[in-house]
Design a binder for this molecule. Structure first.
Ligand code: NDP
Length: 336
Protein backbone atom coordinates (compact mmCIF):
# COMPACT_ATOMS: atom_id res chain seq x y z
CA UNK A 1 0.00 0.00 0.00
CA UNK A 2 1.24 3.47 -0.85
CA UNK A 3 0.34 6.71 0.97
CA UNK A 4 1.11 10.38 0.54
CA UNK A 5 2.29 12.08 3.72
CA UNK A 6 2.66 15.75 4.47
CA UNK A 7 6.24 16.07 5.74
CA UNK A 8 6.61 19.86 5.84
CA UNK A 9 4.02 22.63 6.10
CA UNK A 10 4.05 24.62 2.85
CA UNK A 11 4.91 28.29 2.92
CA UNK A 12 3.08 29.86 -0.02
CA UNK A 13 2.53 27.58 -3.01
CA UNK A 14 3.06 23.90 -2.00
CA UNK A 15 6.32 22.35 -3.24
CA UNK A 16 6.90 18.66 -4.08
CA UNK A 17 9.32 18.39 -1.12
CA UNK A 18 6.45 19.21 1.27
CA UNK A 19 5.17 15.67 0.57
CA UNK A 20 6.54 12.12 0.70
CA UNK A 21 5.35 8.85 -0.82
CA UNK A 22 5.46 6.10 1.79
CA UNK A 23 5.06 2.35 1.20
CA UNK A 24 3.71 0.20 3.97
CA UNK A 25 2.34 -3.27 4.38
CA UNK A 26 -1.25 -3.75 3.37
CA UNK A 27 -3.22 -2.98 6.55
CA UNK A 28 -5.58 -5.65 7.87
CA UNK A 29 -9.08 -4.79 9.07
CA UNK A 30 -9.76 -5.26 12.77
CA UNK A 31 -13.08 -6.18 14.31
CA UNK A 32 -15.87 -4.06 12.74
CA UNK A 33 -13.54 -2.63 10.08
CA UNK A 34 -13.18 -2.93 6.32
CA UNK A 35 -10.18 -2.71 3.99
CA UNK A 36 -10.89 -0.52 0.95
CA UNK A 37 -8.85 -0.50 -2.27
CA UNK A 38 -9.25 2.98 -3.72
CA UNK A 39 -10.25 3.51 -7.32
CA UNK A 40 -10.33 7.32 -7.22
CA UNK A 41 -9.71 10.07 -4.71
CA UNK A 42 -10.24 13.77 -4.56
CA UNK A 43 -7.76 16.60 -4.24
CA UNK A 44 -9.50 19.81 -3.17
CA UNK A 45 -8.69 23.45 -2.48
CA UNK A 46 -9.64 23.18 1.24
CA UNK A 47 -6.76 20.72 1.69
CA UNK A 48 -4.34 23.62 1.25
CA UNK A 49 -5.78 25.18 4.43
CA UNK A 50 -5.38 21.89 6.30
CA UNK A 51 -1.66 21.95 5.50
CA UNK A 52 -1.27 24.98 7.80
CA UNK A 53 -1.06 24.43 11.54
CA UNK A 54 -3.83 26.87 12.43
CA UNK A 55 -7.23 26.41 14.08
CA UNK A 56 -10.02 26.14 11.52
CA UNK A 57 -13.35 24.42 10.89
CA UNK A 58 -11.41 21.25 10.10
CA UNK A 59 -8.32 19.95 11.91
CA UNK A 60 -4.92 20.46 10.26
CA UNK A 61 -3.23 17.48 8.60
CA UNK A 62 -0.64 15.93 10.87
CA UNK A 63 2.93 15.74 9.68
CA UNK A 64 4.32 12.34 8.64
CA UNK A 65 0.91 10.74 8.33
CA UNK A 66 -1.26 9.99 5.32
CA UNK A 67 -3.54 12.91 4.55
CA UNK A 68 -7.24 12.18 4.12
CA UNK A 69 -10.21 13.38 2.06
CA UNK A 70 -12.96 11.82 -0.02
CA UNK A 71 -12.35 8.61 -1.95
CA UNK A 72 -14.26 5.95 -3.90
CA UNK A 73 -13.13 2.35 -3.83
CA UNK A 74 -13.99 -1.28 -3.40
CA UNK A 75 -14.22 -3.24 -0.17
CA UNK A 76 -11.59 -5.99 -0.49
CA UNK A 77 -11.75 -7.42 3.04
CA UNK A 78 -14.37 -7.03 5.73
CA UNK A 79 -14.72 -7.82 9.41
CA UNK A 80 -18.01 -5.96 9.62
CA UNK A 81 -20.59 -7.89 11.59
CA UNK A 82 -23.49 -5.73 10.41
CA UNK A 83 -25.55 -7.79 7.92
CA UNK A 84 -26.61 -4.58 6.14
CA UNK A 85 -23.09 -3.19 6.23
CA UNK A 86 -20.53 -3.14 3.43
CA UNK A 87 -19.48 -6.51 1.98
CA UNK A 88 -16.49 -7.55 -0.09
CA UNK A 89 -16.96 -6.28 -3.63
CA UNK A 90 -19.14 -3.30 -2.64
CA UNK A 91 -18.30 0.07 -4.10
CA UNK A 92 -18.10 2.66 -1.31
CA UNK A 93 -17.16 6.22 -0.57
CA UNK A 94 -14.90 6.84 2.41
CA UNK A 95 -12.48 9.34 3.85
CA UNK A 96 -9.40 7.56 2.52
CA UNK A 97 -7.84 9.95 0.01
CA UNK A 98 -4.09 10.14 -0.60
CA UNK A 99 -3.51 6.34 -0.40
CA UNK A 100 -4.03 3.19 -2.43
CA UNK A 101 -5.66 1.25 0.43
CA UNK A 102 -7.04 2.04 3.84
CA UNK A 103 -8.79 0.49 6.80
CA UNK A 104 -11.84 2.17 8.33
CA UNK A 105 -14.72 1.29 10.63
CA UNK A 106 -17.46 -0.20 8.44
CA UNK A 107 -19.86 2.47 9.77
CA UNK A 108 -17.74 5.17 8.14
CA UNK A 109 -18.15 3.98 4.55
CA UNK A 110 -21.22 4.55 2.39
CA UNK A 111 -22.29 2.10 -0.31
CA UNK A 112 -22.84 3.86 -3.64
CA UNK A 113 -24.10 3.00 -7.09
CA UNK A 114 -23.72 5.48 -9.92
CA UNK A 115 -26.40 6.06 -12.56
CA UNK A 116 -25.87 4.16 -15.86
CA UNK A 117 -23.03 5.60 -17.88
CA UNK A 118 -21.73 7.74 -15.00
CA UNK A 119 -18.37 6.90 -13.39
CA UNK A 120 -18.42 6.39 -9.61
CA UNK A 121 -15.82 9.17 -9.48
CA UNK A 122 -18.86 11.47 -9.85
CA UNK A 123 -19.40 10.91 -6.11
CA UNK A 124 -16.27 12.99 -5.56
CA UNK A 125 -17.59 15.81 -7.75
CA UNK A 126 -20.99 16.56 -9.21
CA UNK A 127 -22.78 13.98 -7.00
CA UNK A 128 -20.57 14.55 -3.95
CA UNK A 129 -19.47 17.36 -1.65
CA UNK A 130 -18.68 19.84 -4.47
CA UNK A 131 -22.14 19.30 -5.97
CA UNK A 132 -23.83 19.72 -2.61
CA UNK A 133 -21.77 22.87 -2.04
CA UNK A 134 -23.05 24.38 -5.29
CA UNK A 135 -26.67 23.47 -4.51
CA UNK A 136 -26.66 24.56 -0.86
CA UNK A 137 -24.72 27.73 -1.60
CA UNK A 138 -26.96 28.89 -4.41
CA UNK A 139 -30.34 27.84 -3.02
CA UNK A 140 -30.04 27.95 0.78
CA UNK A 141 -27.28 30.50 1.37
CA UNK A 142 -27.75 33.00 -1.47
CA UNK A 143 -31.53 32.36 -1.44
CA UNK A 144 -31.61 32.29 -5.24
CA UNK A 145 -34.99 33.24 -6.76
CA UNK A 146 -36.26 32.84 -10.30
CA UNK A 147 -35.33 35.91 -12.32
CA UNK A 148 -32.10 36.63 -10.42
CA UNK A 149 -28.94 37.43 -12.34
CA UNK A 150 -26.04 35.30 -11.11
CA UNK A 151 -22.28 35.74 -11.26
CA UNK A 152 -20.08 32.72 -10.48
CA UNK A 153 -16.30 32.87 -10.04
CA UNK A 154 -14.16 29.78 -10.42
CA UNK A 155 -16.97 28.89 -12.80
CA UNK A 156 -15.21 26.04 -14.64
CA UNK A 157 -14.26 24.18 -11.45
CA UNK A 158 -16.07 21.37 -9.64
CA UNK A 159 -18.39 23.64 -7.65
CA UNK A 160 -18.67 26.54 -10.09
CA UNK A 161 -19.55 24.45 -13.13
CA UNK A 162 -22.66 23.19 -11.34
CA UNK A 163 -23.70 26.55 -9.85
CA UNK A 164 -24.30 28.19 -13.22
CA UNK A 165 -26.21 25.22 -14.61
CA UNK A 166 -28.45 25.05 -11.52
CA UNK A 167 -29.14 28.76 -11.81
CA UNK A 168 -30.12 28.37 -15.47
CA UNK A 169 -32.33 25.32 -14.75
CA UNK A 170 -34.06 27.29 -12.00
CA UNK A 171 -34.84 30.33 -14.12
CA UNK A 172 -32.01 32.81 -13.70
CA UNK A 173 -32.37 35.89 -15.90
CA UNK A 174 -28.66 35.85 -16.74
CA UNK A 175 -25.68 33.75 -15.65
CA UNK A 176 -22.09 34.93 -16.05
CA UNK A 177 -18.95 33.03 -15.09
CA UNK A 178 -15.27 33.83 -14.80
CA UNK A 179 -12.43 31.36 -15.30
CA UNK A 180 -8.74 31.32 -16.06
CA UNK A 181 -8.44 30.30 -19.73
CA UNK A 182 -10.07 30.82 -23.12
CA UNK A 183 -10.88 27.08 -23.31
CA UNK A 184 -12.73 27.20 -20.00
CA UNK A 185 -14.64 30.31 -21.08
CA UNK A 186 -15.67 28.53 -24.30
CA UNK A 187 -16.81 25.48 -22.30
CA UNK A 188 -18.97 27.63 -20.01
CA UNK A 189 -20.84 29.34 -22.82
CA UNK A 190 -20.69 26.53 -25.42
CA UNK A 191 -21.53 23.51 -23.26
CA UNK A 192 -22.85 24.55 -19.86
CA UNK A 193 -25.29 27.24 -20.95
CA UNK A 194 -23.70 30.23 -19.26
CA UNK A 195 -24.99 33.39 -20.99
CA UNK A 196 -21.55 34.96 -20.92
CA UNK A 197 -18.12 34.27 -19.47
CA UNK A 198 -14.73 35.94 -19.33
CA UNK A 199 -11.11 35.09 -18.59
CA UNK A 200 -10.15 37.01 -15.45
CA UNK A 201 -6.52 37.03 -16.65
CA UNK A 202 -7.50 39.20 -19.65
CA UNK A 203 -7.99 42.41 -17.65
CA UNK A 204 -9.84 44.07 -14.78
CA UNK A 205 -12.45 41.71 -13.32
CA UNK A 206 -14.72 44.68 -12.52
CA UNK A 207 -14.58 46.01 -16.08
CA UNK A 208 -15.20 42.59 -17.60
CA UNK A 209 -18.04 41.82 -15.20
CA UNK A 210 -19.70 45.19 -15.82
CA UNK A 211 -19.63 44.54 -19.55
CA UNK A 212 -20.96 40.98 -19.18
CA UNK A 213 -23.65 41.95 -16.65
CA UNK A 214 -24.89 45.42 -17.67
CA UNK A 215 -28.02 45.16 -15.51
CA UNK A 216 -26.05 44.25 -12.38
CA UNK A 217 -25.62 41.20 -10.16
CA UNK A 218 -28.38 39.89 -7.86
CA UNK A 219 -26.49 36.82 -6.63
CA UNK A 220 -22.75 36.29 -6.48
CA UNK A 221 -21.36 32.80 -5.79
CA UNK A 222 -17.82 33.49 -4.57
CA UNK A 223 -15.15 30.83 -4.99
CA UNK A 224 -12.24 33.24 -5.31
CA UNK A 225 -12.40 36.33 -3.04
CA UNK A 226 -9.92 39.19 -3.71
CA UNK A 227 -10.47 41.02 -7.02
CA UNK A 228 -13.52 38.88 -7.81
CA UNK A 229 -15.34 39.80 -4.61
CA UNK A 230 -14.45 43.45 -5.18
CA UNK A 231 -15.89 43.26 -8.73
CA UNK A 232 -19.08 41.58 -7.53
CA UNK A 233 -19.58 44.26 -4.86
CA UNK A 234 -18.96 46.95 -7.47
CA UNK A 235 -21.52 45.44 -9.87
CA UNK A 236 -24.04 44.31 -7.24
CA UNK A 237 -27.61 45.56 -7.34
CA UNK A 238 -29.18 46.84 -4.13
CA UNK A 239 -30.02 43.97 -1.74
CA UNK A 240 -27.87 41.49 -3.72
CA UNK A 241 -26.80 38.32 -1.90
CA UNK A 242 -23.37 36.71 -1.84
CA UNK A 243 -22.73 33.03 -1.04
CA UNK A 244 -19.18 33.18 0.32
CA UNK A 245 -18.01 29.67 -0.53
CA UNK A 246 -14.26 30.01 -0.95
CA UNK A 247 -11.42 32.45 -1.47
CA UNK A 248 -8.88 30.48 -3.47
CA UNK A 249 -7.00 33.63 -4.49
CA UNK A 250 -5.84 33.80 -0.86
CA UNK A 251 -5.04 30.17 -0.03
CA UNK A 252 -1.31 30.44 -0.73
CA UNK A 253 -0.94 33.86 0.91
CA UNK A 254 1.83 34.41 3.43
CA UNK A 255 2.15 37.26 5.92
CA UNK A 256 4.86 38.72 3.71
CA UNK A 257 2.92 38.21 0.49
CA UNK A 258 -0.84 38.72 1.00
CA UNK A 259 -3.26 39.03 -1.93
CA UNK A 260 -5.14 42.33 -1.61
CA UNK A 261 -8.80 42.03 -0.56
CA UNK A 262 -11.71 44.17 -1.78
CA UNK A 263 -11.21 47.92 -1.37
CA UNK A 264 -14.91 48.78 -1.63
CA UNK A 265 -16.44 47.27 1.51
CA UNK A 266 -18.50 50.40 2.31
CA UNK A 267 -20.59 49.57 -0.77
CA UNK A 268 -21.92 46.60 1.22
CA UNK A 269 -23.60 49.16 3.48
CA UNK A 270 -24.76 51.49 0.75
CA UNK A 271 -26.24 48.66 -1.33
CA UNK A 272 -27.55 46.72 1.71
CA UNK A 273 -25.80 43.53 0.56
CA UNK A 274 -25.93 40.20 2.42
CA UNK A 275 -22.80 38.08 2.50
CA UNK A 276 -23.28 34.59 3.89
CA UNK A 277 -20.25 32.41 4.52
CA UNK A 278 -20.93 28.69 4.78
CA UNK A 279 -19.25 25.31 5.15
CA UNK A 280 -20.94 22.44 3.37
CA UNK A 281 -20.40 19.92 6.16
CA UNK A 282 -22.90 21.93 8.26
CA UNK A 283 -25.52 21.08 5.61
CA UNK A 284 -24.92 17.37 5.27
CA UNK A 285 -28.62 16.81 6.02
CA UNK A 286 -29.29 18.43 2.63
CA UNK A 287 -27.46 15.62 0.79
CA UNK A 288 -30.61 13.56 0.25
CA UNK A 289 -32.79 16.31 -1.32
CA UNK A 290 -29.78 17.45 -3.33
CA UNK A 291 -29.20 13.95 -4.77
CA UNK A 292 -32.93 13.47 -5.38
CA UNK A 293 -33.02 16.59 -7.52
CA UNK A 294 -29.65 16.52 -9.25
CA UNK A 295 -29.02 12.77 -9.90
CA UNK A 296 -31.77 12.54 -12.55
CA UNK A 297 -30.46 15.69 -14.23
CA UNK A 298 -26.99 14.16 -14.38
CA UNK A 299 -28.37 10.82 -15.65
CA UNK A 300 -30.41 12.62 -18.34
CA UNK A 301 -27.50 14.84 -19.35
CA UNK A 302 -29.38 18.02 -18.41
CA UNK A 303 -26.53 18.76 -16.00
CA UNK A 304 -23.13 18.36 -17.61
CA UNK A 305 -19.94 17.85 -15.70
CA UNK A 306 -16.27 17.34 -16.43
CA UNK A 307 -13.47 15.59 -14.60
CA UNK A 308 -9.76 16.06 -15.10
CA UNK A 309 -8.23 12.71 -14.16
CA UNK A 310 -4.60 12.31 -13.22
CA UNK A 311 -3.53 8.67 -13.32
CA UNK A 312 -1.54 7.05 -10.54
CA UNK A 313 -1.02 7.79 -6.87
CA UNK A 314 2.52 8.84 -7.74
CA UNK A 315 1.04 11.86 -9.50
CA UNK A 316 -1.26 12.90 -6.62
CA UNK A 317 0.92 15.83 -5.57
CA UNK A 318 1.12 16.94 -9.18
CA UNK A 319 -2.68 16.75 -9.38
CA UNK A 320 -3.08 18.84 -6.23
CA UNK A 321 -0.62 21.49 -7.35
CA UNK A 322 -2.16 21.47 -10.83
CA UNK A 323 -5.63 22.05 -9.37
CA UNK A 324 -4.35 25.09 -7.45
CA UNK A 325 -2.95 26.41 -10.74
CA UNK A 326 -6.17 25.81 -12.69
CA UNK A 327 -5.08 22.77 -14.71
CA UNK A 328 -8.48 21.14 -14.06
CA UNK A 329 -11.72 21.62 -15.93
CA UNK A 330 -14.46 20.47 -13.59
CA UNK A 331 -13.36 18.16 -10.77
CA UNK A 332 -9.70 17.23 -10.31
CA UNK A 333 -9.54 13.48 -9.62
CA UNK A 334 -6.68 11.09 -8.92
CA UNK A 335 -7.23 7.64 -10.42
CA UNK A 336 -5.32 5.22 -8.24
P1 NDP B 1 -12.05 23.92 -8.43
O1 NDP B 1 -12.41 22.70 -9.18
O2 NDP B 1 -12.77 25.19 -8.76
O3 NDP B 1 -10.47 24.11 -8.55
C1 NDP B 1 -9.86 25.28 -8.13
C2 NDP B 1 -9.85 26.34 -9.27
O4 NDP B 1 -9.55 27.60 -8.72
C3 NDP B 1 -8.76 26.12 -10.29
O5 NDP B 1 -9.16 25.21 -11.28
C4 NDP B 1 -8.51 27.53 -10.84
O6 NDP B 1 -9.26 27.70 -12.03
C5 NDP B 1 -9.09 28.44 -9.75
N1 NDP B 1 -8.09 29.37 -9.21
C6 NDP B 1 -6.89 29.08 -8.64
N2 NDP B 1 -6.27 30.21 -8.26
C7 NDP B 1 -7.09 31.24 -8.58
C8 NDP B 1 -7.00 32.66 -8.44
N3 NDP B 1 -5.94 33.25 -7.88
N4 NDP B 1 -8.02 33.41 -8.90
C9 NDP B 1 -9.10 32.84 -9.49
N5 NDP B 1 -9.24 31.50 -9.64
C10 NDP B 1 -8.24 30.72 -9.20
O7 NDP B 1 -12.23 23.65 -6.89
P2 NDP B 1 -13.60 23.37 -6.13
O8 NDP B 1 -14.72 23.49 -7.07
O9 NDP B 1 -13.45 22.14 -5.35
O10 NDP B 1 -13.68 24.57 -5.08
C11 NDP B 1 -14.02 25.87 -5.54
C12 NDP B 1 -14.07 26.81 -4.34
O11 NDP B 1 -15.07 26.37 -3.43
C13 NDP B 1 -12.78 26.87 -3.54
O12 NDP B 1 -12.59 28.19 -3.09
C14 NDP B 1 -13.06 25.95 -2.38
O13 NDP B 1 -12.27 26.25 -1.27
C15 NDP B 1 -14.52 26.24 -2.14
N6 NDP B 1 -15.25 25.17 -1.47
C16 NDP B 1 -15.93 25.52 -0.34
C17 NDP B 1 -16.70 24.63 0.33
C18 NDP B 1 -17.47 25.09 1.52
O14 NDP B 1 -18.01 24.25 2.24
N7 NDP B 1 -17.53 26.38 1.79
C19 NDP B 1 -16.78 23.21 -0.11
C20 NDP B 1 -16.08 22.95 -1.35
C21 NDP B 1 -15.32 23.91 -1.99
P3 NDP B 1 -8.96 28.91 -13.08
O15 NDP B 1 -8.31 28.25 -14.26
O16 NDP B 1 -10.31 29.43 -13.37
O17 NDP B 1 -8.05 29.87 -12.39
Amino acid sequence: AREVHLVRRPSGFPEPDDFAFVDRELPEPGEGEVLVANHHFSVDPYMRGRMNDVPSYVAPFRLNEAMDGRSVGEVVASRSNDPDGPAVGDLVTANLAWRTHGVVPAKQVQKVSAPDGVSPSAFLGVLGAPGLTAWVGLLDKAAFREGDSVFVSGAAGAVGSLVGQLAKLKGASRVVGSAGSAEKVAWLTGELGYDAAFNYKDGSVTDQLREAMPDGVDVYFDNVGADHLEAAIACANDFARVAACGAIAHYNDTDENPTPGPANLFQIVKKRLSIQGFIVTDSIDRMRPFLEEVTPWVAEGRVKFAETTVEGIDRAVEAFRGMLRGENTGKMIVKV
